[in-house]
Design a protein around this ligand. Structure first.
Ligand code: ZN
Length: 267
């Protein structure tokens, strides 16, 4: 069943609701990004300053607004609050608004997309800092991927299944080839699981685009990094942030790009 929000009034309500909710969920994502890799509970204890342990009051916990009012400093110890916290809130809000813009004609897929964007933000920052993609994110993404098969109006179920198969074949083959060639593990198990979930979620057409974005952006970033520091050739970099970026961009804009490309080919 496809529920479409086209009435201007309800569409405005959807934008306002998703914008505000996106900010609040973004604030919660900061807690998830900080605590999950450390094995801490996301519910307890309540938010506190990591430097002076002062409890953060409700009025100091308003997304973006509090950061500006407090001048980016903790109220009690005046230590700097990392800008990343505000960036994550703003990013989650912006992506949720884009989900409304692109998928308001398919309400359930719109909600799935919002959740996928939030999971990808967590994967991006956690893998960047800790070089792991915790399994709980894979499970959430897997459930969202299975649900998306039933509600996607752009691509049918077969496209989603081929996406899953393609992701598994490509990642296991490349992982095997590189590990034999370089005699070390190249793609982590987390990357393979993430790619499999993304393949099922996106369908093979958008999955190809995701892999293009991920590999090109990874190559550019690694090239710049290796030029800056010449002695770090053996240093490992996480691939998760690039996969997450590719997945979000392919999910939001994939079908536009693919349509444009097909028109270009057909002429
Ligand atoms: Zn403090």
């Amino acid at each position: 069943m496809i529920i479409s929000v086209t009435d201007p009034f309800y569409l405005t309500v959807a934008y306002i609701l998703c914008g505000l909710l996106g900010l609040c969920v973004g604030s919660f994502l900061n807690v998830v990004i900080y605590r999950v890799p450390l094995g801490m509970s996301v519910a307890r204890p309540a938010s506190h300053c990591p430097v002076c342990s002062a409890k953060i009051r409700l009025y100091d916990n308003i997304p973006i607004v509090s950061y500006i009012l407090l001048g980016g400093k903790c109220r009690s110890c005046k230590c700097r609050i990392p800008f990343r916290y505000t960036a994550v809130e703003a990013l989650n809000c912006a992506l949720w608004l884009l989900c409304v813009l692109v998928y308001h004609t398919n309400l359930i897929f719109m909600i799935i997309s919002c959740a996928v964007c939030s999971v990808c933000i967590c994967v991006f920052f956690i893998d960047l800092e800790h070089m792991i993609i915790p399994d709980r994110f894979q499970v959430i993404l897997g459930v969202l991927a299975v649900t998306s098969v039933f509600f996607d109006t752009e691509y049918d179920w077969l496209s989603h299944l081929i996406g899953l198969a393609a992701a598994l074949v490509v990642f296991i083959a490349v992982g095997y080839a590189v590990s034999r060639y370089k005699k070390r593990e190249s793609l982590g198990g987390g990357d393979i699981k993430f790619a499999a979930c993304a393949g099922l979620l996106l369908g093979w057409q958008r999955f190809i685009l995701m892999m293009l974005i991920a590999s090109v952006s990874a190559s550019v970033v690694l090239l710049i990094k290796s030029k800056r520091s010449k002695d770090e050739t053996s240093k490992e970099y996480p691939f998760g942030p690039f996969l997450a970026t590719g997945a979000v961009l392919a999910l939001l804009f994939g079908h536009y790009v693919i349509e444009w490309y097909i028109k270009l080919l057909v002429g």
